[in-house]
Design a protein around this ligand. Structure first.
Ligand code: KG4
Ligand code: ZN
Length: 334
């Protein structure tokens, strides 16, 4: 019988809850924290406090919206890691309290696996094995997904995540946080070839994104010496150049991974999966190279609890639970 699961996500700056019922996700509530906007990044302590304020109303909405009472639940799931420790702690503590009060088993979900399993919320779903490029503010990985809970890392970033590269270069250009979606929108109005930025080529299927941040910083600094208004006058073209370099690096490694494994089902997951140029590049690869491409609905790309609920149902079916002494893990091995 299909379980009824309440799932909570609190790994970074969204407080989210979802209910999985009758084989599907029926509610997906997300409260995005606005307190970080003025700081150019997520302030961990402020994130934890905002989670504390949001978690009860968010869970109440998810439960009420799906007509679910605590007595109906078969398990409570939470994001156990990776993420900000204080932020994870809020979701974990809430889930433990709820499980204890209602005598329910607990499921500790891996955040990056949940991003991948977002592909199983709605049709079309990939078949196993498939490749998944997970691209977020904290991770950049190419995974070979063997089954819902077995994923092999083929390659990953050696330094910054691609979302971090978006946010940091956007900050250099004076854009607010998170800069990725803003940079993406401006890039669509610019010329990607006016300011070419270097693309780092790492061995195997690994990435490095810290170089582009320095390249943009030095380039802009030198240009401003000559023309103090340089950024304003060339903002769209600068964004387009950065976008081209970042997406170019992602696509190069993904193409190599497809060639190496012979797997042509390619999925993307994580916040940067919302990026217009990455989506366009994948659709082009589908049209020209016969890839079967899976791009999640926008609401399931950025952090959400629907993906945690879907993942938790797989954990439930496999009988994978945690005890009350489970601790959140800032770094959580695959
Ligand atoms: O998965 P996510 O919501 O949170 C993490 O687990 O990190 O990803 C957030 C990241 C941020 O770096 C944000 O700038 C980036 O995803 N992002 C984008 C776009 N939308 C979100 N980056 C580029 N283009 C976008 N359209
Ligand atoms: Zn995420």
């Amino acid at each position: 019988m299909s379980p009824v699961i309440l799932a909570i996500e609190s790994s970074c700056d969204e407080t989210a809850a979802a209910v999985f019922k009758q084989g599907k996700v029926v509610t997906n509530i997300v409260a995005t924290q606005s307190v970080h906007k003025n700081y150019g990044g997520v302030v961990p302590e402020m994130a934890s406090r905002a989670h504390l304020q949001h978690i009860i109303p968010v869970v109440n909405d998810a439960m009420a919206g799906s007509d679910t009472r605590p007595e109906d639940l078969n398990a409570v799931a939470f994001t156990q890691g990776p993420g900000l420790l204080g932020a994870l702690m809020v979701g974990a503590s809430f889930a433990k309290g709820m499980a204890l009060a209602h005598g329910l088993p607990l499921i500790g979900v891996h955040h990056m696996k949940a991003h991948v399993l977002a592909h199983f919320i709605d049709e079309p779903m990939p078949e196993f094995p498939f490749l998944c490029l997970t691209v977020s503010g904290g991770h950049t990985q190419i995974l070979k997904v063997e089954d819902p809970l077995t994923m092999e890392i083929l390659g990953q970033t050696c330094d910054d995540a691609v979302g971090e590269a978006y946010d940091k270069t956007a900050k250099i250009l004076g854009l607010s946080y998170p800069g990725g979606p803003i940079l993406d929108a401006l890039a669509q109005k610019g010329n990607p070839d006016k300011f070419p930025f270097p693309q780092t080529n790492m061995p195997n299927f690994d990435f490095s994104f810290s170089g582009i941040k320095t390249a943009v910083l030095y380039f802009v600094r030198d240009q401003i010496k000559v023309n103090p208004d340089f950024i304003n006058e060339h903002l769209n073209d600068l964004c387009a150049g950065i976008q081209k370099a970042l997406v170019g690096m992602l696509m190069q490694k993904l193409e190599e991974a497809v060639k190496h494994t012979g797997i042509r089902q390619v999925a993307i997951a994580g916040g940067v999966a919302a990026n217009s140029a990455l989506r366009a590049a994948l659709n082009k690869a589908a049209a020209q190279s016969g890839w079967q491409v899976f791009i999640p609905e926008f609401q399931y790309c950025t952090d959400n609890a629907a993906m945690v609920a879907r993942a938790a149902a797989f954990y439930y079916d496999a009988g994978i639970f945690v005890n009350q002494d489970a601790v959140p893990l800032a770094r959580f091995p695959f």
